[in-house]
Design a binder for this molecule. Structure first.
Ligand code: FAD
Length: 598
């Protein structure tokens, strides 16, 4: 169950995919050099290997508990002490601005760190992830006064954040939110309602909890246009900005779950004793818009969780496959039984896991790099272009990485044979934990709807076309390499790109006329798009790795990158034409049966 952070692969991605050397020439990112990144990653790897990773299994076996009489939630053993270490070392503030006490590093560096924390202990990592989301929303929409009072404490991690969207009748469809906000005499609001499934809605690790809550004011327009965002602290602040009296927001229940058991998932009641004191964030009725900012950050973060979980599952499977002795080699090259990694089918499973992890990781670094450019590039036009690329990539990172974490964690169980099904091996926990990733922060279908609607149809596929043009440049470079792996990748990526172009044309041209067919194809379209975009990153990786081999740097590591990219071409990109066929032709059979026929 040991975890070893893949620092070398992350540095490869920071150098060649995120282009950190270019990023650190941008204003405000000068401190995000490759050398600094290496030092930060090594230090955080040590912290996670020594502190948080060891609490993953014990957290699963000893979930957070609620004391019903007091409403106090006790987190799993060791979590509170680990959190104190985490914030004392300043890890919460890694990507946040220095003016609020953060370290101001590139998101590309903090994303690598987030992957490590989530690999080590996903339940623990959810608390900082939600805090990051609250910080992002306050930075974008909060008044200077709200920012001054709350951001330094959130950035330090002394106070944690939550996201309160879901209600019993409002899950994927937030237009159904009913929580009420009533203006009070002093310009504040009183909130009344119930929120469910609130991650870290109550716990004992931070001094205060800052709830970001979606609610409606009286006479607000119906639907999503009448939702506002409020900040509701667990403890109200004194005039000096210190933690004051208890607010009227309470956890009344913790859910019993399939996975991430150490992460407290709370039912929260607002206003059972006169109203929960809240402050409006930004303007009235623009709450969902702000929440989308927070959700983009959180969706990217959940995508990284997918990579993280898959990496840990892969490591467990690889370690087991190297040790477990069973059956002879198929070519009779040995007399006795061999380690199962020698069997071609076990190798196939491990290569599938490895290739998915590396491709999804590279895709997440491509997205974080776009984010960094969108936030720090001096030219407005570049910032806007990169922001739209980032927004296009977020549903892919979220949708693909999380679906893939389930394939990979399932394969990890399979590699373990019967031992995989036994809880003590630990790998069953990864399989259980992975399932939430395709559900929260918007299910895969919701990501896919976002991709076909807001990210593809709305601009008539323009961002996608820009990316295809850039991909063409990579294909040209691949064509110049004389090796079997490059030739294969060139061939398969060209085919996959053509398949994607067909699917793109289908979505854009039929979106309005045949919505049932297009929406039936939404998830396959997301998977196809992600495969092609991730395959492109694998092509860039292959090119970079060949360059490193030529320069004589770490040939074993870089040859393995080349071979993994080759595997991705032969086993994942080959699926693209089939996916395109389902997208183009499959709508009728999806929609054939009426609801009564099921
Ligand atoms: C452990 C856990 C932690 C969570 N943490 C938080 C949190 O911190 N804060 C918070 O606010 N919420 C949180 N959630 C809630 C989570 O975001 C929702 O569960 C999720 O958005 C899905 O909503 P739902 O459960 O109501 O499912 P539903 O919306 O009822 O969806 C059911 C099914 O219908 C599909 N579906 C629904 N609408 C569409 C559509 N338009 N197109 C295609 N398919 C559709 C879905 O994809 C899904 O397969 C958490 C949930 C869990 C289980």
């Amino acid at each position: 169950m040991n975890y070893v952070a893949p620092v070398k692969d992350m540095m490869f991605n920071l150098r060649h995919i995120a282009q950190l050397e270019t990023l650190c020439a941008l204003p405000n990112l000068q401190e995000s050099s490759l050398d600094t990144a290496q030092a930060v990653l090594e230090e955080f790897a040590r912290f996670n290997q020594e502190v948080t990773a060891g609490l993953n299994w014990t957290g699963d076996q000893t979930p957070a508990t609620l004391e019903p009489a007091t409403g106090v939630v006790h987190t799993s053993p060791g979590f509170k002490a680990a959190y104190t270490q985490f914030i004392e070392a300043g890890w919460q503030g890694l990507e946040h601005p220095q003016e609020f006490g953060g370290q101001g590093f590139a998101k590309s560096i903090s994303a690598a760190c987030a992957e490590m924390l989530n690999s080590a202990n996903m339940s623990f990592a959810l608390c900082p992830l939600l805090t990051d989301g609250a910080i992002e929303a306050l930075r974008v929409a909060g008044s200077p006064e709200l920012q001054a009072r709350f951001l330094p404490h959130l950035v330090s991690g002394k106070w944690s954040g939550t996201m309160n969207l879901t209600e019993p009748q409002a899950g994927s469809d937030l237009s159904l939110i009913q929580t009420r906000a009533q203006e009070s005499a002093n310009g504040h609001y009183l909130l009344f309602g119930t929120k469910i499934y609130i991650t870290y809605g109550e716990h004992d690790m931070s001094e205060n909890i800052v709830h970001m809550v979606l609610a409606r004011v009286k006479d607000a327009p119906p639907g999503v246009k009448g939702i506002s965002l409020f900040l509701v602290p667990k403890f109200k602040l004194t005039h000096q900005g210190l933690v004051g009296e208890r607010n009227d927001v309470h956890c009344v229940q913790l859910e019993h779950k399939l996975g991430i058991k150490a992460s407290p998932t709370a039912v929260m009641k607002f206003g059972e004793n006169g109203g929960a004191h809240g402050m409006l964030v930004g303007e009235l009725n623009r709450g969902l818009e702000y929440m989308f900012i927070m959700m983009n950050a959180a969706r990217f973060g959940v995508g990284v969780q997918g990579v993280a979980l898959a990496e840990r599952a892969y490591q467990a499977a690889r370690n087991y496959a190297l040790e477990r002795i069973q059956s002879r080699a198929v070519d009779q090259s040995t007399t006795g039984p061999v380690a199962i990694i020698e069997h071609p089918d076990v190798k196939r499973m491990l290569m599938t896991m490895r290739a998915h992890v590396q491709a999804a990781r590279a895709l997440s670094f491509a997205a974080s790099s776009a984010y960094d450019l969108a936030h720090h590039h001096p030219q407005t036009q570049v910032r806007q272009q990169q922001q739209s690329i980032y927004e296009f990539l977020v549903p892919l990172v979220k949708g693909y990485s999380t679906e893939m974490s389930q394939w990979v964690s399932s394969l990890a169980v399979q590699v373990h044979g019967g031992m995989g099904f036994i809880e003590e091996t630990g790998v069953a926990q990864y399989y259980r934990d992975a399932k939430i990733l395709t559900i929260y922060e918007g299910t895969t279908a919701i990501q896919a709807n976002d991709l076909i609607g807001r990210k593809t149809f709305k601009d008539r596929g323009q961002v996608a076309q820009q990316l295809l043009v850039q991909m063409g440049g990579t294909l040209d470079l691949l064509a110049g390499l004389d090796c079997v792996q490059a030739r294969s990748l060139h061939h398969r990526l060209t085919q996959a790109r053509a398949a994607f172009e067909e699917a793109l044309e289908f979505v854009v041209s039929r979106f309005q006329t045949e919505p049932r067919a297009v929406y039936a194809a939404a998830v396959p379209y997301l998977l196809l798009t992600a495969q092609v975009m991730a395959g492109w990153q694998m092509a860039k990786s292959l090119l970079a790795a060949q360059g490193e081999i030529k320069a004589g740097r770490d040939p074993v590591f870089h040859q393995a990158k080349v071979d993994t990219a080759h595997f991705y071409a032969e086993h994942m990109l080959t699926l693209a034409p089939g996916l395109a066929q389902s997208i183009l032709m499959g709508g009728a059979s999806v929609n054939a049966l009426s609801a009564e026929s099921f």
